[in-house]
Design a protein around this ligand. Structure first.
Ligand SMILES: C[S@@+](CC[C@H](N)C(=O)[O-])C[C@H]1O[C@@H](n2cnc3c(N)ncnc32)[C@H](O)[C@@H]1O
Length: 213
């Protein structure tokens, strides 16, 4: 979709742990795009809700051994996302604009609100944000943080898909087109799956979204 629409930007994840999702997202990067991994890594006393335990050594080993072609475009940054602000994030992370971003750091209401505000600041038009653990029973604070963000801090993001444990969002004005294209793509490529009873349209924070369960 980003190729068709010519959406350009870097790849970013807050909360990378050992890099499982980060390397998957990085596989979608183009040669001239940066892939930035932010985690507390060894600074775990700031991991207030113990949502995973990042390790820079393990992350770097995975990068070197499993994804050597990506070494030159990946930057790992040891940071508490709560120390980033929408104003400073661009400079601290060394990104101009982000087209693919995963929010999977601290899972408290405050962390989710903070990280979503960073996401909305960095996301390019038509970019996609993945919020992990949305509606997950073990982390209700993620869902609470999301709805609080939508009520008091959101100015440009809109959800369009709930898939597995993730909520996918894009920029407000592009949301209807992206939802239509996604549905068209699923109709064409997975016609049986889309009518299997696992998929329906629903509403999240006043936005029409596709959901799969
Ligand atoms: C659930 S894990 C991430 C899993 C990873 N996205 C994956 O797909 O494998 C959460 C990560 O967030 C990190 N983390 C927790 N609080 C953070 C904070 N305030 N700033 C940055 N990273 C944080 C933890 O160290 C942990 O590695």
């Amino acid at each position: 979709m980003h190729d068709i629409e010519d959406v350009k930007g870097d790849i970013l994840e807050i909360g990378v742990h050992h890099g499982k999702l980060f390397f998957l997202l990085s596989a979608a990067s183009r040669d001239n795009e940066r892939c930035v991994a932010v985690d507390l890594f060894e600074d775990q006393q700031k991991n207030l809700d113990h949502s995973g335990k990042g390790s820079l050594d393990i992350f770097n080993r995975h990068l070197r051994e499993l994804f050597p072609d990506y070494v030159s475009r990946v930057t790992a940054i040891s940071a508490d996302s709560m120390s980033l602000t929408p104003v400073t994030a661009r400079q601290r992370l060394g990104v101009a604009g982000v087209r693919l971003m995963s929010v999977d750091g601290g899972h408290t209401v405050a962390h989710v609100m903070n990280d979503m505000q960073i996401a909305q600041e960095l996301l390019v038009t038509g970019g996609v944000v993945l919020l992990d653990d949305f509606l997950g029973p073990h982390w209700p604070t993620v869902t609470e943080g999301f709805y609080r963000y939508m009520q008091i801090a959101n100015r440009r993001l809109a959800p369009f898909l709930i898939f597995q444990n993730k909520l996918f969002l894009t920029t407000f004005s592009e949301q209807p087109e992206i939802l239509t294209r996604l549905r068209g793509f699923l109709d064409r490529t997975l016609p049986h799956e889309i009518h299997s009873g696992h998929w329906r349209y629903t509403t999240v924070a006043d936005h029409k979204v596709l959901s799969c369960a």
